[in-house]
Design a protein around this ligand. Sequence first.
Ligand code: CTP
Ligand SMILES: C[C@](O)(CO)[C@H](O)COP(=O)(O)O
Length: 386
Amino acid sequence: MPTDRDTAAIIVAAGRGTRAGGDLPKQWQSLAGRPVVAHTISAFRAASIANIVLVIHPEDRPRAESLPPEVLTGVTFVEGGATRDASVRNALEALALGAPPATVLIHDGARPLVSAEVIGRVLDALAQSPGAAPALAVTDALWRGEAGLVTGTQDRSGLWRAQTPQGFRFPDILAAHRAHRAPAADDVAVARAAGLDVSIVEGDESNIKLTFAADFARVEAILKDRAMTLRIGNGYDVHAFTAGDHVWLCGVRIPHDKALLGHSDADVGMHALTDAIYGALAQGDIGRHFPPSDPQWKGAESHIFLRHAVELAASMGWKLGNCDVTLVCERPKIGPHAADMQAKLAEIMGVSPDQVSVKATTSERLGFTGREEGIASLATALLVRA
Ligand SMILES: Nc1ccn([C@@H]2O[C@H](COP(=O)(O)OP(=O)(O)OP(=O)(O)O)[C@@H](O)[C@H]2O)c(=O)n1
Ligand SMILES: C[C@](O)(CO)[C@H](O)COP(=O)(O)O
């Protein structure tokens, strides 16, 4: 991957945003309290790209100049043209006047959620290819239509949804833009017209281009979710005693003069912990994911539920920070088994035992736990960004 000194980013922000509407061009509208372009610039800085050219419309210069100093560090302004490709060309010519970079990333100012990972993938691919750009494979069926009726289908194989930043070796894309005469949808089109190969790298569903007014709400929601770095949940479960000779608690089989009654193995501690994780994710409880009405879960070992909750968390970008399980019972005595329970839960969740606490209390012989009619359990789980 080239170093940040070898790479410049051109952020095109000179459009008028007619489709998005609003009092200001979309890239100057407020998104989570900052202008859209401030987010876009910050995303490149977070990917260690320090040399940034912001292409602006002349009318927007006062807005650009009033961006906060920490956003403007390392940013130079270039005035755009009547079309996107004219705006890019102006920025390339401005870069060519100084000490030109080895590579350039050309990005829509209206894509504020670009990630360092996407930027990194484009830069990595440029080591092998004169051009690289992120894209997502088309997964929906495609139709042709006329007057509100489907008139045919379109094979989607080999079709991609193009994103930015589109990266190139600087001299190649400068020459390509200088030679290009026709209107171009993007810089990949300009590069390909000049005979350059462009590699496709994996894009990102969050790398949304603000095009219509409704896109702001989608982008705001993603930003809000990203701002949350911790999630906490609690779980509570109860199982009644029945006749038997052992109980399962936090994955450990404990000989006892009763058993716990339940549709699954009735591991009350593991159920409370599993519900705490689902709760932290706002994803309901065990019953929602493993309905008791479904016979396939009869007698199921509860590690299946706990592992599912942890895997669901991972798929949503979260991992366990720590958890705390309390068992409420007079008997069996938990103390002698607590370390085994801690180790077992840690193994199931793929975490270190010091992230797991298992403790117990009696209810001073009060209530159903005091009368030894059943066991209750409470759990708290803290999730952190994976
Ligand atoms: N003359 C232009 C036109 C577009 N862009 C920039 O190119 C990006 C992608 O273009 P698009 O989403 O089409 O923006 P607009 O042209 O502003 O939108 P619209 O077509 O709705 O007016 C945007 O960041 C836009 O500011 C630019 O710098 N100069
Ligand atoms: C460059 C681009 O963002 C690639 O997806 C896109 O072509 C520009 O926006 P438009 O909405 O097609 O004008």
